[in-house]
Design a protein. Structure first.
Length: 233
């Protein structure tokens, strides 16, 4: 045994050990980093049609919500957006929707927010409550549809978009909870013991619209989407 170690070719051993270690580290790197990366890329490429479809569904829900909004005037609806999937991808190219609001302009977001607050300022509390109630219904439907899309089609939607949409849904849900305070004194009002002096949820509606328009803008700026802007006469 002692003679074995004396005659052993240690130089070759250590050379083989170093080379093997290098290849081991390379194989570990490939297994951990490169293979998953290219696998995800390949899956995304194969599922591109589904990804485009799911993003289109989300955009259509945003279009429908904005089109139903009562907070509009001629100033902020002077431009029309036509939304399509990217024309470079002819196989998946299609029309998505129309919207009479240029959400790509940040100034539009500020104008909408200002219009919301001014609309409620001009109303008495009872009329304001009716408008908040209608918006609650619209927002509830909007939230339900968005939650349905991200719950059932999350595999085909980018994680950042899912996170943003989830945050929007959470804000809407918070508004729905706060809205209930509007009815805490209904009994006293019906008995003529007090009058409604204010409405809960106005600031929340303004914040939700601001968040919605920001997210809408982000969706329209995706590489998958193209937008044509037309001045309305």
């Amino acid at each position: 045994m002692e003679q074995f170690f004396i005659d052993f070719d240690w130089n070759s051993f250590w050379m083989n050990f170093i080379v093997s270690s290098i290849f081991l580290m390379i194989s570990i790197f490939i297994s951990i980093k490169l293979i998953p990366h290219f696998t995800v890329k390949l899956l995304q490429k194969k599922r591109k049609k589904y990804i485009v479809s799911k993003i289109s569904y989300i955009i259509q829900e945003f279009c429908e919500f904005i089109e139903k909004s009562p907070f509009k005037n001629k100033d902020i609806t002077s431009e029309q957006l036509s939304i399509f999937t990217n024309k470079k991808d002819l196989k998946n190219h299609r029309f998505i929707g129309l919207i009479d609001l240029n959400v790509l302009k940040k100034i539009t977001h500020l104008k909408v927010r200002k219009l919301i607050l001014e609309s409620f300022t001009k109303m008495n509390p009872e009329d304001g409550l009716e408008l908040v109630k209608k918006e609650k219904i619209n927002l509830e439907n909007f939230r339900t549809k968005l939650e349905s899309i991200i719950n059932y089609h999350s595999m085909d939607i980018d994680e950042e978009i899912i996170s943003d949409v989830s945050q929007l849904c959470l804000e809407i849900r918070t508004f729905e909870i706060k809205y209930r305070y509007n009815h805490s004194i209904d009994d006293l009002i019906e008995k003529g013991l007090t009058k409604r002096k204010g409405v809960f949820g106005i600031n929340e509606i303004s914040d939700i619209y601001h968040l919605t328009l920001n997210l809408f803008k982000k969706l329209l700026e995706l590489n998958l989407i193209e937008v044509e802007i037309k001045k309305k006469e």
